[in-house]
Design a protein around this ligand. Structure first.
Ligand code: NAI
Length: 243
């Protein structure tokens, strides 16, 4: 097998860690990037991965991450842009800093990562970029900042898919719905229950459910899918109520 490197951001815990684990099972070498040095280093130890502390919202930090990836001498075949944050609240209670922060990490961070990935992948004539969006891109009350950031990620995904279509590089988005991770475990219990009850199947997904979709898009099996959004959300994005 080719010596392929997969970079996964925000892989210190939650969905990113599950994605890294799943890609490892498929034989990829791993480079884990996370803002949280402790969690990232621990995940890297568990997954026998390389770790680079990185803030995806900072240009120089992203450039350094890719320099570290270049140094491995491996082919950067997969980049999963998973790092993301929430700062929820109805718009009349939000500070503009909550908007800037969420846009900076979720959208600008994904764009910075995509640019470094694109520079390398178009040159090598191969690669898969997978951006982790959210079902919230369709609109969620209390998440004007987050929904805007994730809708932006989908626009970015579609535009970049066109730019790289003739270069052997796919660019897709995976949009998770309600997934059981520290991000959702930290929500007030009342809010969590409300969200579960609003699911068509009254259930939550697991980080592994998301990882399976990412693994397919990152695999050799994905030859002809690009610019798409795969919802992993138990049907929530359909919009109608179940029986
Ligand atoms: P999480 O909060 O459990 O983990 C996020 C990880 O990203 C953490 O390890 C954190 O340290 C890291 N991170 C945060 N800011 C960073 C930055 N600036 N640079 C580098 N790393 C950073 O989140 P979770 O639930 O695993 O979410 C992962 C992705 O999936 C996010 O993009 C999130 O928006 C998305 N998502 C999650 C859903 C859920 O229900 N948990 C639903 C839909 C989307």
């Amino acid at each position: 097998m080719k010596q392929s490197l997969a970079i996964v951001t925000g892989a210190g815990r939650g969905i990113g860690k599950a994605i890294a684990q799943r890609l490892k099972e498929d034989g990829f070498h791993l480079l884990i990037a996370d803002l949280d040095a402790k969690a990232g280093a621990q995940a890297a130890l568990e997954l026998d991965a390389r770790f680079v502390k990185c803030n995806v919202g900072e240009e120089n930090s992203v450039v350094q991450l890719f320099k570290a990836a270049d140094k491995t001498g491996l082919s950067i075949d997969v980049v999963v842009n998973n790092a993301g944050i929430i700062r929820d609240g109805v718009i009349w209670k939000l500070d503009s800093r909550d908007f800037d922060l969420v846009i900076n990490v979720n959208l600008r961070g994904t764009w910075l990562m995509c640019r470094e990935a694109a520079i390398r992948m178009r040159q090598q004539g191969f690669g898969h970029i997978i951006n982790i969006a959210s079902r919230a891109w369709l609109g969620n009350p209390g998440q004007t900042n987050y929904s805007a950031s994730k809708a932006g990620v989908i626009g970015l995904t579609r535009a970049l898919a066109l730019e790289l279509a003739g270069k052997g590089v796919s660019v897709n988005a995976v949009a998770p719905g309600l997934i059981d991770t520290p991000m959702t475990q930290n929500l007030p219990e009342q809010v969590r229950q409300k969200l579960i009850n609003s699911q068509p199947g009254k259930n939550m997904g697991s980080a592994k459910d998301v990882a399976e979709a990412v693994a397919f898009l990152a695999s050799e099996k994905n030859r002809f899918i690009t610019g798409q959004v795969i919802h992993v959300d138990g049907g929530k994005s359909i919009g109608s109520l179940a029986f």
